[in-house]
Design a protein. Structure first.
Length: 132
């Protein structure tokens, strides 16, 4: 049986986005949230945090979202953690490209704080349903 969704790692260079996502996920979704403001720090710390779900901004300075995803997927303890990209670039082809890169879902920016927890739960549940 799959463990539940309890801890979300949120990676975004925009502190306002991190603050809103954290409030939404904690207050509305009743989830534990760890926020990281850059990809490099997230890649170094993620395995020790043992997140159940990882939410990554696509466009960040330094290591961008796709680079973070690739680095996280290379870590054995994180290879089986569902990941969603957060981005304003959600044209059909762009979404397909993100999924082809290995993302398990795409959440559009700006996101609705009231529905963000349910969007994450849906991606998480779909990810785990496909593993049976």
């Amino acid at each position: 049986m799959t463990a539940g969704l309890h801890h979300v790692l949120c990676i975004d260079d925009d502190s306002d986005i991190l603050e809103i996502a954290q409030m939404a996920l904690e207050d509305v979704g009743q989830l534990q949230v760890t926020c990281m403001s850059n990809g490099e720090a997230a890649v170094e710390s993620a395995a020790g945090l043992s997140p159940d779900f990882i939410l990554i901004d696509v466009m960040m300075p330094g290591m961008d979202g796709p680079g973070v995803l690739k680095a996280l997927r290379a870590q054995p303890g994180l290879a089986a953690v569902p990941v969603a990209f957060m981005t304003a670039r959600i044209q059909e082809q762009e979404v397909r490209d993100y999924l082809d890169m290995g993302a398990d879902g795409v959440i559009s920016k700006p996101f609705d704080p009231m529905t963000l927890p349910s969007e994450i739960r849906t991606i998480w549940e779909t990810f785990h349903a496909g593993r049976h």
